[in-house]
Design a binder for this molecule. Structure first.
Ligand code: SAM
Ligand code: DTB
Ligand code: SF4
Length: 336
């Protein structure tokens, strides 16, 4: 017998789209979602998606690395950690002109969202002053803005908010009990501290994780539960598939079954109905059929432009072609 969708939540309710934002979500409940027959899971995710979004709209978000490489942290997935030999060239912080040129080009290609990433453990005040200028300028182009700069000190989230930043990205990356396997130079609590500051400053929270790091399905369900049980859950949830970079400790990890990646997207959509679920890193290695299933599972944003931060992303023309063949259209600015 196919597994029923009952018993998925603590309260033993059948998961209906309008009820799906109820928390707390249990890890067991989310594991039960993961274990559904694939068609049943995607059907449920698609129902939730349609109840909350235009099902054929995808937000195009361009990433720019404003400071690359040389990072003091030891994140096992990251090509920008100074301690790994990955061939990434370290750069100084980009000039305001360079950032504006990149944002203007991204907007001309159809991006409505611009995310600036820096390889910092945490920004110094003089770093933040430069980012404040960048945010003001990019916001002036009418684009939604996001920044990911590492851990914030008290007062910094407010400065970013006052500059016009819409979202701050800070990922919990994986289940709390797997965190120490991947990163040792900070702990999960440090991430939560910054997320609390971002929330208190009134910024939208962009928080997600990476799968394909050798974690178990239980760990993936735990990651989703930890995100979905945040009060409130993040407005933006990037789901990354590990991009394996030679020189990083996680290079050589057994690849995740692509259908398991799609299941993770579906679970994010069902448990966080109104969040932007972002099909993030890993699309270059994924193939069009799997990306298509991710859209069916409720992903409604992609990174757009041929580079993520340091690794490859599909070419713009390829994404435009795929979207046209699927009848998908770009989403207008969601919150700016
Ligand atoms: N340094 C800041 C931080 O760690 O919060 C911001 C930049 S960091 C590169 C942003 C996010 O990129 C990480 O939290 C991680 O989720 C993601 N990321 C980094 N390397 C990745 C990889 N090889 N594959 C997939 N996602 C990756
Ligand atoms: C997120 O969750 N994924 C993006 C963005 N937030 C900053 C970063 C992906 C980075 C992939 C590896 C790289 O290109 O260096
Ligand atoms: Fe540094 Fe961020 Fe990379 Fe970790 S993920 S090494 S904090 S740039």
């Amino acid at each position: 017998m196919p597994q029923s969708s009952a018993n998925l939540q603590q309260q033993d309710t059948i998961v209906m789209p309008q009820q799906a934002s109820q928390s707390p979500w249990t890890v067991a409940g989310i594991e039960a979602l993961f274990a559904l027959p694939f068609n049943d899971l995607l059907y449920q995710a698609q129902q939730v998606h349609r109840a909350n979004f235009d099902p054929n709209a995808v937000q195009l978000s361009t990433l720019l690395s404003i400071k690359t490489g040389g990072c003091a942290e030891d994140c096992g997935y990251c090509p920008q950690a100074a301690r790994y030999h990955t061939g990434v060239d370290n750069t100084e912080t980009l000039s305001l002109d360079a950032v504006m040129a990149a944002a203007t080009a991204a907007r001309a290609q159809g991006a409505t969202r611009f995310c600036m990433g820096a390889a910092w453990r945490s920004p110094k005040q003089r770093d933040l002053d430069r980012v404040v200028e960048m945010v003001q300028a990019v916001r002036g182009l009418g684009m939604e803005t996001c920044a990911t700069l590492g851990m914030l000190k008290p007062g910094q989230a407010e400065q970013l908010r006052d500059a016009g930043l819409d979202y701050y990205n800070h990922n919990i990356d994986t289940a709390e009990d797997y965190y120490g396997e991947v990163i040792t130079t900070r702990d999960y609590g440090d991430r939560l501290d910054t997320l609390a500051q971002v929330r208190e400053a009134g910024l939208h929270v962009c928080c997600g994780g990476i799968v394909g790091m050798g974690e178990t399905r239980t760990a993936r369900a735990t990651l989703i539960a930890q995100l979905a049980n945040m009060q409130p859950y993040p407005e933006s949830v990037p789901i990354n598939n590990l991009v394996q970079v030679p020189g990083t400790p996680l290079h050589g990890t057994a690849a995740l079954d692509p259908l398991e990646f799609v299941r993770t997207i579906a679970c994010a959509r069902i448990t966080m109905p109104k969040a932007m679920v972002r099909l993030s890193a890993g699309r270059q290695e994924m193939g069009e059929a799997i990306q298509t299933l991710c859209f069916l599972a409720g992903a409604n944003s992609i990174f757009y432009g041929e580079k993520l931060l340091t690794t490859e992303n599909p070419e713009v023309a390829r994404d435009q072609d795929l979207m046209a063949r699927l009848g998908l259209h770009p989403m207008a600015v969601a919150c700016a």
